[in-house]
Design a binder for this molecule. Structure first.
Ligand code: CA
Length: 356
């Protein structure tokens, strides 16, 4: 394993440039210096796509495969107190790999979490994918930690070999729970090596037969549909060959009138879409008061409320929550949905994120 650590470059980078808001211009000399540091950090990320392992060896590990959006950060904060997160892979999706990895590293620094970050894989740039008009804004929001991280000097770099990087952290895990909260691109690279150790996959979204249109609809699948289909095929084949020992649990928010337990439905009685499982603005003072990682999440969210309000849900937060509180979820077709009111979900997430 290499001894050259990305963390030194990133720490240096972090020390010099943070905290800095998007709206604040830095003097030219500082910006030139930042550019050099960012170049060092990204070059290092390209050649050695990992940071030094800082998490103690553990029998049962959680591996997070994320595209570093705002709900991904909350998901990691939700699971942090388990002390089982072995590494976070940042796969291209809402964030790009290297940029998302830098933002992830900064989020972990702010929350005082020592978790290695790996730059994950990217899909074929020439694939068939229709980008939504708002996509560029979503990406800018995620990569800048909602405008609390200055990313003007960061430029894309090639990714490293995610399998080589993840191998170093999976070696001493007897069993792995894989939290899939990004596209399946990196998974299709490391699956051959890691699947024998993975005894559970908890994925955001729903299996294809559950989709209303019969086609994959969730962003994590649509962004790299080839990898998503290949992952389905691989997991179905594994069930045939090795039995049902490997569980894949899909977690999503409601989108119909049917209700699970006390949860709000996805449609009201007039057929209008309802979004109850969302990170509401009035949740922020609550998160701040709870302290710890919840406070860091609140500080990021409140920097630009308009960027996420009315357009985001608690997708990845809920998926992470299923790992620690499975009893509050119920089956709906082939996937799971929360069966308690959304305010109770927000309260539980707050408490999990505040926990040391
Ligand atoms: Ca995600």
């Amino acid at each position: 394993m290499n001894t050259f650590s990305l963390s030194a470059a990133l720490t240096l980078f972090a020390t010099v440039t943070y905290p800095m808001k998007q709206s604040h211009a830095a003097p030219a000399t500082t910006m030139r210096f930042c550019r050099v540091l960012v170049h060092i950090a990204l070059s290092t990320a390209m050649l050695f796509p990992m940071v030094e392992a800082a998490v103690a060896a553990s029998d049962h590990c959680i591996l997070v495969d994320s595209d570093a959006d705002l709900d991904d950060y909350r998901a990691i904060a939700t699971l942090a107190s388990t002390e089982q997160i072995r590494a976070v892979i940042v796969t291209e999706g809402i964030s790009r790999g290297p940029q998302g990895a830098l933002a992830m590293q900064e989020f972990l620094r702010r929350t005082a979490l020592k978790i290695p970050v790996i730059v994950g894989a990217s899909p074929d740039p020439d694939r068939k994918y229709e980008e939504k008009p708002e996509f560029k804004n979503w990406r800018a929001t995620a990569e800048s930690l909602n405008g609390t991280l200055d990313v003007r000097e960061i430029s894309p770099t090639p990714n490293g070999d995610v399998t080589v990087a993840v191998r170093a952290y999976a070696n001493d895990c007897a069993k792995i729970t894989l939290l899939m909260i990004g596209p399946w691109t990196s998974f299709m690279r490391y699956a051959a090596e890691l699947l024998p150790k993975i005894d559970r996959i908890v994925a955001q979204g729903r299996p294809v037969p559950d989709e209303i249109g019969g086609e994959p609809d969730g962003f994590n699948c649509v962004y790299d549909v080839a990898s998503c289909y290949a992952a389905f095929d691989l997991l179905a084949g594994r069930q045939l060959r090795a039995g049902r020992r490997l569980r894949t649990s899909w977690v999503d928010i409601p989108n119909t009138v049917e209700v699970c337990g006390l949860a709000e439905p996805g449609l009201d009685k007039f057929g209008k879409r309802q979004h109850s499982l969302v990170p509401r603005e009035d949740w922020l003072p609550d998160l701040e008061a709870a302290g710890g990682k919840a406070k860091v999440v609140a500080e990021i969210l409140k920097n630009n409320v308009a960027s996420w309000k009315d357009t985001t849900s608690l997708w990845d937060d809920l998926t992470a929550l299923y790992i620690v509180r499975p009893e509050i979820f119920g089956w709906k077709g082939g996937h799971l949905e929360p069966c308690i009111p959304s305010q109770s979900v927000r309260n539980i997430l707050r408490d999990m994120m505040a926990k040391n």
